[in-house]
Structure formats: structure tokens, C-alpha cells
Design a protein around this ligand. Structure first.
Ligand code: TXA
Ligand code: MG
Length: 334
């Protein structure tokens, strides 16, 4: 198989891809965050194919995507009080809500958990596609497990194009980082993954919000947090601290086998320096991070350094992905 990239502006292409989902196949599609790898969320065999194509561990649950708020109700056992305000403001949008699951959802979608993650994306092509499918669509990011998420159709093609029939091309993802994941099953809402909807926004709306640490008493709160994530293939080092200090460190440690991912306003002239937005422009950083990590990987060098953003506002989401991509390779100059 070799995936065909289809323009999502053509309604025939939406119908073609929806037909594949209805018959139990997989299609990758654009959302405003990252490209997703979709299957009929009510078809256990179709969902299993997602895990195969991604090489995703079976204990890491998937997000179920819907085309309207009404489509959420049959998926969940109860609607928490906070749902109305959250859905009014952020649905459609880059917010995933964890709620108690209903029995129509197969166990592999939720990795056996009693909860389900639900998202109503904003990208018009994603909405048209899910609507045409006529079923909820389970979709993780459309990358092999552990690697940077795809923000362009060509990323999906390069990563898994040999394993799926179609990629529904909706252009470059405007946000470029995965949705905020918020657990609203308990008394206090908890952010399991930071994203475009920030802690401060949620706190303003809900009064009190917790940020889940990676592990609580040794148990990962969101199964996804315990695995390697977002990492380029080349050994990757994130450098944290004030941007002038991190830039100086990188300048001093560059050699001709090293690439650097730097803020526009701190970059220096060197063919192996790639920029991903200015130090204060978190929106630019979010939209460019994954593509920049991929481009650094293509340079055939043996090490990548990156300047980590500070963690205020949306910077928290960008820093979260970059530090996870680095794993243990974090150089702290704070
Ligand atoms: O923006 C996004 O969220 C993208 C697009 C395609 O919608 N999707 C995405 O999916 O990033 P994925 O599978 O790469 O990340 C889903 C995250 C994982 O960390 C997973 O562990 C967590 O959501 N998750 C899913 N269901 C959960 C549940 N029931 N409880 C806790 N965490 C859950
Ligand atoms: Mg992912």
C-alpha cells in the first residue's frame, strides 16, 4: 500500500475517506492540532489496526472524535457539571475531556479504563469527515509511537504512508501541538496534558484546576505519560533557562555534527541552526516545533540541542513536548 494524499476541499474525497472508515479501515486526517489516524471508534477490529500501524502499546487509550456536542452524550455514562461551560467555550476546539465511559465503546479504545477521552475538533475538514463517517472516530496522532506528531500531510506520508490507503490533506495544522487533556471525572478538574487551552484559562473558568504530575504513587495518571514521546531519531538535548544563557551554551557546544533548534531572536548564523519562532511567541513555537525537530533529524548529524521555552501560558505546552522529547537529556541552566 502507498497512501494517496487527498485534498479535503473536495467533498468527493471526504466521502471516499468516510467510506473507508465505515468499512473498518484507517484514514489519516487533518485537525487543527496535529494529524490524526482515524478508525470507527465503535468497531473493535478497526481500532486494533490503529495500534498495529502505530506500534502503540495497548495500554495507551485513544481519543474519540465527534462532529457535534450531541454526539458526545451516547459515549459517556454521565455529564459532569463542568461540561456545559467547557463545551460552550472550547468545543469545537483543542480541548479533550475525560469522562466516565459508556459500554458501547470497545475496551481497546480506552485501554480497559472506565473513562473515555472525547474531542470535538475545530478544523472544518475534520468536522466534515467525522460527520460523513456517521460514527465517532478514534484517533491518536498519526505518527509511529514515540516520534514527533505530524503537522503536515507529508509528515504522515513519510511516517506511515506505506500502511494506510488515504491521507485527508487539510493543509498545515494551525496549532501544531496536541489538545489539552482535562479529566473532569473527579471533584477537581485535572490537566493530564497541557495544550492550547491553558491552565490560567481553565482556572478562570472553573475556579480550581490541578495539574497532574507524571506519576502519582508510581501510577501514571494518563497512560500515555509513561512512554517515550515526540522524540526525533537523533539524540536530542533540551536546554532550559533564560534564552541568553541557553543560546550561549549552545554556541559553545556546537560542532559540525550538531544541529541547534533556536528562537529566532537568539539564533546565530550557522547552516545547522534551525529556528522555531521568537522566544516570546509561543503560538509560532507550537506550530513549528514538530516540523523543526523533523527537519533537524534529516540533517544527518549526531546531536540536536534545543532552547526550551519558559513555562508561562502556552509556553507550558511547548516546553512539555520538548522536555518529553528529550527524556533524560535535559540540561538545566535555570
Ligand atoms: O490533538 C489531539 O489530541 C490529537 C488529535 C489527532 O486529536 N490526538 C492525540 O492523540 O494527540 P494521542 O493518542 O496521541 O494522545 C492522547 C492522549 C494520550 O496521552 C492518552 O494516554 C490520553 O490522551 N488519554 C486518552 N484516553 C484517556 C483516558 N481515558 N484517561 C486518561 N488519558 C487518556
Ligand atoms: Mg500522540
Amino acid at each position: 500500500m502507498n497512501a494517496i494524499i487527498l485534498d479535503s476541499n473536495n467533498p468527493d474525497n471526504i466521502d471516499l475517506c468516510a467510506g473507508v472508515i465505515k468499512s473498518g479501515g484507517l484514514v489519516a486526517f487533518a485537525t487543527e492540532t496535529v494529524y490524526g489516524l482515524g478508525a470507527d471508534a465503535l468497531n473493535e477490529n478497526a481500532v486494533e489496526k490503529i495500534f498495529d500501524v502505530k506500534g502503540r502499546p495497548g495500554d495507551n487509550p485513544l481519543i474519540v472524535h465527534v462532529a457535534s456536542i450531541d454526539d458526545i452524550k451516547p459515549l459517556v455514562r454521565s455529564i459532569p457539571d463542568s461540561f456545559e461551560a467547557l463545551s460552550n467555550k472550547y468545543m469545537p476546539g483543542p480541548l479533550t475531556l475525560i469522562m466516565k465511559k459508556n459500554s458501547i465503546i470497545p475496551g481497546n479504545v480506552t485501554a480497559g479504563l472506565g473513562t473515555v477521552a472525547v474531542r470535538l475538533p475545530k478544523h472544518p475538514a475534520a468536522l466534515a469527515f467525522i460527520k460523513a463517517c456517521g460514527c465517532p472516530v478514534a484517533a491518536p496522532s498519526a505518527n509511529p509511537s514515540g516520534f514527533p506528531s505530524p503537522t503536515k500531510a507529508i509528515h504522515v506520508y513519510n511516517d506511515i504512508g506505506g500502511k494506510i490507503p488515504y491521507i485527508l490533506d487539510g493543509g498545515d495544522c494551525t496549532f501544531g501541538l496536541e489538545s489539552t487533556v482535562l479529566d473532569i471525572t473527579g471533584d477537581i478538574p485535572r490537566i493530564l496534558r497541557p495544550g492550547f487551552v491553558t491552565y490560567n484559562e481553565l482556572k478562570d473558568m472553573l475556579g480550581v484546576v490541578e495539574i497532574a504530575r507524571g506519576k502519582e504513587a508510581g501510577v501514571p495518571v494518563s497512560p500515555g505519560v509513561k512512554y517515550r514521546h515526540y522524540s526525533p531519531k537523533t539524540p536530542f538535548y533540551a536546554v532550559t533557562g533564560p534564552p541568553d544563557v541557553t543560546a550561549k551554551y549552545i554556541v559553545e557546544h556546537m560542532d559540525n555534527k550538531t544541529a541547534a533548534v533556536m528562537f529566532d531572536d537568539y539564533a546565530f548564523s550557522n547552516p545547522c541552526v534551525l529556528t522555531f519562532g521568537s522566544s516570546k511567541d509561543y503560538i509560532a513555537q507550537a506550530s513549528q516545533l514538530y516540523d523543526t525537530l523533523r527537519r533537524a533529524d534529516y540533517m544527518g548529524i549526531s546531536k540536536i540541542y534545543a532552547q526550551a521555552p519558559s513555562e508561562d501560558g502556552l509556553g507550558a505546552a511547548v516546553a512539555n513536548r520538548m522536555l518529553k522529547a528529550a527524556g533524560d537529556n535535559i540540561i538545566r541552566l535555570d
